[in-house]
Design a protein around this ligand. Structure first.
Ligand code: GLC
Length: 554
């Protein structure tokens, strides 16, 4: 029996809607390819690898920040929003890269970090040099301290990376930083702040950027009021009614409506995707055509490898996308979470993506013991399922090589502020940010000629592009084949579930007779009729083995 759970009107694949079902490849620029041998990836490195991206078959790349930065938070601490970090290149290098991507038919998305600047941004330097109450301080969130001499923070809030969210300045005032102390939060009630970001959006749009990924999109609008709540009070406040003092306030959408006018002043209109960790019911607003247009859904990334969880999440998010008029987004890995090949090889742990795999990382990779083979097998099955879904698929560099998280990076080589601000509690996100292995050998497995800014493990050799290129059954070849098939099969955004008798199986049909079947269990399963197009692991005697996805054409 076939049950139609979700039908969305077919959307023409016009220039304007390229993003709706795009496969977007996230590049973490410092760890992708190093052209000048300084141990840090750079823009010319990316340009040199465009043939690889083209051959992989993605539609777009998204670059995590490449702006001038002290790298207190991997570049999410921006000194200047309209320039390139000299270690990563120049504006000319950017122009060359953008042009070469476009010649190759690839779109370019860049990260915008509007919740906070770095503490080296000229505005923050000016704020520190200016008196209390000055216009320069108004661009940020400064408050007097409490207690005698104001020596205690205005409130006992904690930053997301751990430790206090308020830091005292030399003249005694305090400033708010939701993340590291090097990332002072901006005051989005300030008209200058608002105008300046519109300028930044135009700056990059004029330089050939096709879209933007908006960092911490749910954090910009804040209303601290005159009396700050305590942390305990803050934690009792609802986060899904638009009235929380810090997160997901309704007014944030006024900012994005302004941005939309900038996006729509270009042809084709520039796109945007919100990184908004908000209640699912509140996501549609970020994704609306009057707002950013698309929002990340991290639900699959937070799920276990489980048929029922996947089905509920997919059904729910397709319905949400219909509500917002957007298309949904699927993501299993990014620069903030433990890679999915590793998560799926560890004991199941429902929810909280940023904590999944935390125990394993803290133990240096020894406990709980990782079943690396099972994890990769499941990751391949999950990705093949993902690539058959309607909506955009966001892939993170290295997942196409089946990379595992790197455990056991020595403390003195770690970089993530989450590690330094939470000693012994959070090992941080460096393990998914280790420079890519392009070749089996060399000083940094072909990443560059000058070593690697985070240490690469020996097992990178067998997971390198060189090792996997052309190798039958490799994860790289699986991604290439799947992306090519996806491009040829995809049309419309309909998904129709195919009811089966096994609760550990998930099957659905897309237009063009394209069917995807996943066995989440361990017992081999019968396949529906149809021509086998691709499988994430070999079929066994015509049956679909456990932890395997197959695409069929019927
Ligand atoms: C986002 C980024 C993360 C960064 C944080 C602060 O969550 O993805 O990497 O640390 O924002 O900018």
């Amino acid at each position: 029996m076939t049950e139609v759970l979700e039908t969305v009107t077919a959307v023409p694949t016009a220039e304007e809607s390229w993003w709706r079902q795009a496969a977007v490849y996230q590049i973490y620029p410092r760890s992708f390819a190093d052209s000048n041998g300084d141990g840090m990836g750079d823009l010319p490195g990316i340009t040199s690898r465009i043939p690889y991206l083209k051959q992989l078959g993605v539609d777009a790349v998204w670059l995590s920040p490449f702006y001038p930065s002290a790298l207190a938070d991997g570049g999410y601490d921006v000194d200047d929003y309209r320039d390139v970090d000299p270690r990563l290149g120049t504006l000319d290098d950017f122009a060359e890269m953008a042009a070469a991507l476009h010649v190759a038919g690839l779109r370019l998305i860049v990260d915008v970090v509007p919740n906070h600047t770095s503490d080296r941004h000229e505005w923050f330097k000016e704020a520190l040099a200016s008196p209390k109450g000055s216009a320069a301080r108004e661009r940020y969130i400064f408050r007097d301290g409490t207690g005698p001499d104001g020596a205690q923070a205005p409130a006992d809030w904690e930053s997301i990376f751990g430790g206090p969210a308020w830091t005292r300045t030399a003249d005694g005032q305090w400033y708010l930083h939701s993340f590291a102390s090097e990332q002072p939060d901006l005051n989005w009630h300030n008209p200058e702040v608002r105008a300046d970001f519109l300028e930044t959006l135009r700056f990059w749009s004029d330089r050939g950027v096709d879209g933007f990924r908006i960092d911490v999109a749910h954090g910009l609008a804040k209303d601290l009021g005159d009396t700050l709540p305590s942390l305990a009070e803050l934690e009792t406040l609802a986060k899904d009614d638009g009235n929380h003092p810090l997160w997901d306030r309704d007014e944030v959408h006024e900012i994005y409506a302004e941005w939309r006018t900038v996006f729509n002043s270009y042809t084709p209109a520039r796109t945007a995707v919100a990184e908004a960790w908000v209640a699912a019911s509140r996501r549609a607003k970020y994704a609306s055509a009057e707002g950013l247009g698309q929002a990340f859904n991290f639900d699959l990334l937070e799920a276990d490898f489980d048929a029922a969880q996947f089905k509920d999440i997919i059904t729910f998010n397709l319905a949400l996308a219909t509500e917002s008029g957007s298309s949904t987004t699927w993501v299993f890995s990014n620069h903030d979470v433990v890679r999915h090949a590793t998560r799926y090889g560890l004991p199941a742990r429902n929810g909280n993506a940023t904590k999944q795999g935390a125990d394993w990382l803290l133990s240096g990779g020894t406990a709980p013991v990782l079943d690396a083979e099972l994890g990769l097998r499941r990751a391949r099955a999950a990705t093949l399922l993902e690539l058959a879904l309607p909506g955009s698929a966001y892939l993170y560099q290295g997942e196409e090589l089946g990379l595992h998280e790197v455990a056991g990076i020595p403390a003195e080589q770690r970089q993530d502020p989450a590690f330094f601000r939470n000693p012994g509690i959070d090992i941080g996100r460096d393990g998914c940010r280790v420079p890519l292995p392009w070749s089996r050998g060399g000083s940094s497995h072909g990443f560059g000629t000058g070593g690697s800014h985070l240490p690469q493990p020996d097992w990178f050799a067998d997971s390198s592009v060189e090792a996997e290129d052309g190798a039958a059954g490799s994860t790289l070849e699986l991604y290439r084949d799947a992306l090519a098939l996806r491009a040829s099969l995809q049309s419309g955004e309909e998904l129709e579930w195919i009811d089966g008798s096994r609760p550990d199986m998930l099957a659905f049909r897309r237009p063009n007779g394209w069917t995807s079947v996943t066995n989440f269990g361990t017992e081999p399963a019968e396949l529906p009729a149809g021509e086998v197009l691709i499988a994430s692991a070999p079929l066994e005697g015509g049956l679909l083995p456990g932890a395997t996805t197959v695409w069929l054409r019927s």
